[in-house]
Design a binder for this molecule. Structure first.
Ligand code: NAD
Length: 413
């Protein structure tokens, strides 16, 4: 069994195409990223010396529209990881039926170990190198792990200066004051919560005070915890890169957010420390992996006691863990469905920016709910009709739409 996320993503695609009637050439086409850019990014650091960073942008597929996908700043970024995440973006955009293809970018850097000035220079030089590749009709980046609204603002500014006029549609996840959308920051989590509520409905779980464990307390994890807390769920375990904490009485994620502004999560006084390696053993109703890939594996899957796993992160579960979770009757809301709220509101942001007409937060959230519920029930009904698990159903629906777009467009020349 490989631990390479690109190979795992291809393995999942092979599983999916086995239930679809696709020609071998179509499958070959769907496997190959359309464009891969690898860049060396020189930055003059604060100490006056030059550091070279490695950056990537991969456009996996553009049959259904311009490429769309986040940019990750993390010390462990690899080209294979970015290729895998770009393919997942293609499936995700297709699944929620928005007119985008898939892309992803990344830079090998620990963004918390460089100064703000160095981060800005790195971002602007990376954007400059990406100029021929990106644009509102070509490829539209967004935030991912280690990037945020400020970084998106620098990308937009650099691109706009090169063009000679402001181009808000080149990037999403911008600050609201620069053409960002209401509700974008928490959109991935809000979308995930809509899928969780739909899952509870189809599973007939109506109990109140349901318990939740969230791995990762960044953009996706912290907002998911807060939205669920506001809805009356009890957050009993949380973790981030500093460690893990638990409390039978529940953790207030708002207080925790304030706390981690100055101190590590693991030192939060109103909860007990727990072994991060035992995090997934937490007895809870809903488990939300919202950190990185390959967290739920064949090694720890059998220890999971949750009723529902809502994949806030991308590719948090390895393919060899899936059959174990299935045997234990755990309902999985797969990543391409669960975390697609982020790209959905990115799409709303792109539409608003191109129209120069901005929506209220209420409108954004209502439209998001419509799209997430529709996608959830399409996947659920398809899984029942075709006797597939939720992941295979989601991927099969998504892949079939991309294959159909490709078939109708044809191959040039
Ligand atoms: P982020 O950088 O804001 O947060 C990541 C969190 O994970 C941090 O709290 C970090 O401390 C924690 N973490 C890292 N390694 C960990 C470990 N080993 N154990 C526990 N926690 C760990 O990133 P994010 O934007 O919240 O993204 C999280 C996941 O969600 C990623 O897989 C990302 O691709 C996916 N995602 C994000 C968005 C979005 O809109 N931000 C959209 C779709 C999917």
């Amino acid at each position: 069994m490989t631990d390479n996320v690109w190979e795992m993503t291809l393995e999942r695609l092979d599983d999916t195409v086995s239930v679809l009637d696709l020609k071998p050439g179509t499958v070959k086409y769907l496997k190959e990223p359309r464009k891969i850019l690898e860049i060396s990014i020189p930055v003059k650091m604060d100490d006056g010396d030059i550091e070279i960073f490695k950056g990537y942008r991969v456009q996996h597929n553009t049959n259904r529209g311009p490429a769309k996908g986040g940019i990750r700043y993390h010390q462990d970024v690899t080209l294979d990881e970015i290729k895998a995440l770009s393919m997942l973006m293609t499936w995700k955009c297709s699944l929620v039926n928005i007119p985008f293809g898939g892309a992803k970018g990344g830079i090998i850097v620990d963004p918390y170990k460089v100064s703000k000035r160095e981060l800005e220079k790195l971002t602007r030089r990376y954007t400059y190198e990406l100029l021929p590749f990106i644009g509102p009709e070509k490829d539209i980046p967004a935030p991912d792990v280690g990037t945020n609204a400020q970084i998106m603002a620098w990308i937009m500014d650099t691109y706009s200066i090169a063009k000679g006029y402001m181009v808000p549609g080149v990037v999403t996840g911008k600050p609201i004051s620069l053409g960002g959308s209401q509700g974008r920051e928490e959109a991935t989590s809000r979308g995930a919560v809509y899928t969780i509520l739909s899952a509870l409905k189809v599973l007939g779980i109506t109990t109140s005070n349901l318990t939740v464990a969230v791995q990762g307390f960044g953009n996706v994890g912290s907002h998911a915890a807060k939205i669920l807390y506001d809805l009356g769920f009890k957050i009993i375990a949380l973790s981030d890169v500093t460690g893990a904490i638990q409390s039978k009485n529940g953790i207030d994620p708002y207080k925790l957010s304030d706390f981690i502004r100055t101190k590590p999560l693991v030192d939060y006084p109103d909860a007990e420390k727990m072994d991060p390696l035992k995090f997934f053993e937490t007895k809870c109703d809903i488990l939300i992996p919202a950190a990185l890939e390959n967290q739920i594996t064949a090694k720890n899957a059998s220890t999971i006691k949750a009723k529902i796993i809502a994949e806030g992160a991308n590719a948090p579960t390895t393919p060899d863990a899936d059959p174990i979770l299935k045997d234990n009757n755990i309902f999985i809301i797969p990543d391409v469905l669960c975390n697609s709220g982020g790209v959905t509101v990115s799409y709303f942001e792109w539409v608003q920016g191109n129209d120069a007409y901005f929506w209220s937060k209420r409108k954004v959230n209502l439209q998001l709910r419509d799209i997430m519920e529709k996608a959830f029930y399409e996947v659920y009904d398809f899984s029942k009709d075709r006797k597939l698990d939720m992941r295979n159903a989601a991927l099969a629906l998504a892949v079939s739409r991309v294959a159909e777009a490709m078939r109708i467009r044809g191959i040039y020349p």
